[in-house]
Design a protein around this ligand. Sequence first.
Ligand code: Q9C
Ligand code: ZN
Length: 344
Amino acid sequence: MKIPVFWDEVQLLHDPAAELSNGRLVAYAEKPARARAIFDTLAGSGLVEIQAPGRLDEALLHTVHDAAYIALLRGAWADWLKEGCSGDAMAGCWPVRGQRDVPLTRVQARLGAACFDAGTPITAHTLAAAEAAAAIGQAAGSAVAQGARLAFGLCRPPGHHAGRDYMGGYCYFNNAALAVEQLLASGADRVAVLDVDYHQGNGTQDIFYARPDVFFASIHCDPASDFPYYWGRAEETGSGPGLGTTLNLPLSRGTDWASYEPALQAALCAIRRFQPRALVISYGADTFEADPISHFRLKTEDYRRMGAAIAELEFPMAVVMEGGYDIGALGANVLLFLEGLAQR
Ligand code: Q9C
Ligand code: ZN
């Protein structure tokens, strides 16, 4: 059985010029070539069947994201041009925590209030790419809801840093959350998310923080040293009816497979206890030893081990693509993970 892979080449058109990194404007790391490399490797593998996603469901998108936030993203590029700005649309001014809510008119100000870093520039094609990625998240969830044991959403831009009404960390819409909501809408009563990207999945955590029906587990680099800094401590465990349904497993820089594997087993154990109907995996290959913006030391063969360990869970799985920036190894790091997951 071939693994369904959802893909839309519109995603390649999103190509921001630059991001802020350690005090400098540098070339944007979340490049179109990432998705192209993954697509080429998977398409040439014989393991997958490439499929177009269905139409993005407006109601589902509004289940995950705030209406005003969706409208902001949809209008941002036109507003930016109308206000006479050039370059990619991005904020250069941000409100601080606890500030009084004030009405904002300039798109520059509205963007500032809806993001937590300078990692989400908006170009002429960003919205189309982000909507395609969201549709792909939805399609991966839908395939699993319809009986697939494993499906892969080749999403770009990624999604796990995007919350209900904010963007950040290269993410605009939360593709994994769309997969979750699609599964819940199709009758699953409990869904778990396992986020193995190097960076903590703050957006997914926030979206489901008070929810008893969605378990969120994230294994990531300690936010004391790494992005997204303001989320991802072990003490963050959920709130209200969702207390106990969030699990953060921060690891230190330099983590290799020997120190990663026990955290993975702890996450799998907690997910098993939750007894979900399905699992959504936010897969990032930025835990790779040569990743240009990250500091773990996993090797290409470790991704097959990771996939095989997760495959021990009996639940059907929808994988959505998050980060991973070493373009040379990215295709293999995705393919081996899917091979590991499929060997059951
Ligand atoms: N010097 C994802 O992997 N910038 N997002 C870090 C690096 C943000 C990563 C600065 C990294 C965001 C989906
Ligand atoms: Zn990441």
